[in-house]
Design a binder for this molecule. Structure first.
Ligand code: IMP
Ligand code: MG
Length: 174
């Protein structure tokens, strides 16, 4: 598509996935529960769990539907649970998986949620780290790529509900 600049190609992403899965496997998190934050991380999580399988891991998978964006490109600053997970996390090693760490509000909320439910550990894995807009300091254990301060779309990420289907990560030209 001519109005989209490719930031990370499909092969950049698949190349990084293997390294990320190796790092996670090396952390030795037994009985791992992967929690994919919806909607944005569903494509990333789907690739990541299959890469984890290649590294000998057998994660369970859950989905936590959170919302802080209301359709535009700016966060509202308020995070709410639209749909909770079904699994009891107490005593479990939880790996929270999200597409982008930007203000940090979403992942700060998710980490506090699972720590409050007595998870044994809560680690965070993000595909993209966009450090410029950070409001809450969040410790991330596993990062796919450092991301320039652009609004990105594709590979599960949307702008106004569109572009999630793109196999690459791109930026919309103004
Ligand atoms: P945070 O709470 O500000 O860290 O925002 C994290 C969430 O905002 C991510 O899970 C994304 O769903 C969304 N988000 C942040 N930046 C972008 C972007 O550039 N494109 C698409 N979604 C984004
Ligand atoms: Mg999101």
């Amino acid at each position: 598509m001519k109005n989209i600049d490719i930031i990370f190609s499909a092969s950049d992403i698949s190349g990084r996935m293997k390294g990320l899965a190796k790092e996670i496997a090396l952390a030795g998190l037994d009985n791992l529960l992967v929690v994919s934050i919806l909607k944005g991380s569903f494509v990333f999580a789907a690739d990541l769990i299959r890469a984890l399988h290649e590294e000998g891991q057998q994660p369970e998978v859950e989905f936590l539907f959170l919302s802080s964006y209301k359709g535009g490109t700016k966060s509202t600053g308020f995070v709410e649970i639209l749909r909770d997970i079904d699994t009891d996390v107490s005593g479990r090693n939880v790996l929270v998986v999200d597409d982008i760490l930007e203000s940090g509000r979403t992942l700060d909320f998710a980490k506090n949620l699972f720590e409050g439910r007595n998870a044994r550990s809560v680690n965070i894995c993000v595909l993209l780290d966009k450090p410029v807009e950070r409001v809450k300091e969040v410790k991330v254990s596993f990062t796919g790529f450092d991301c320039p301060d652009l609004f990105v779309i594709g590979y599960g990420m949307d702008y106004a509900h569109k572009y999630r289907e793109l196999p690459y990560i791109g930026a919309l030209n103004p």
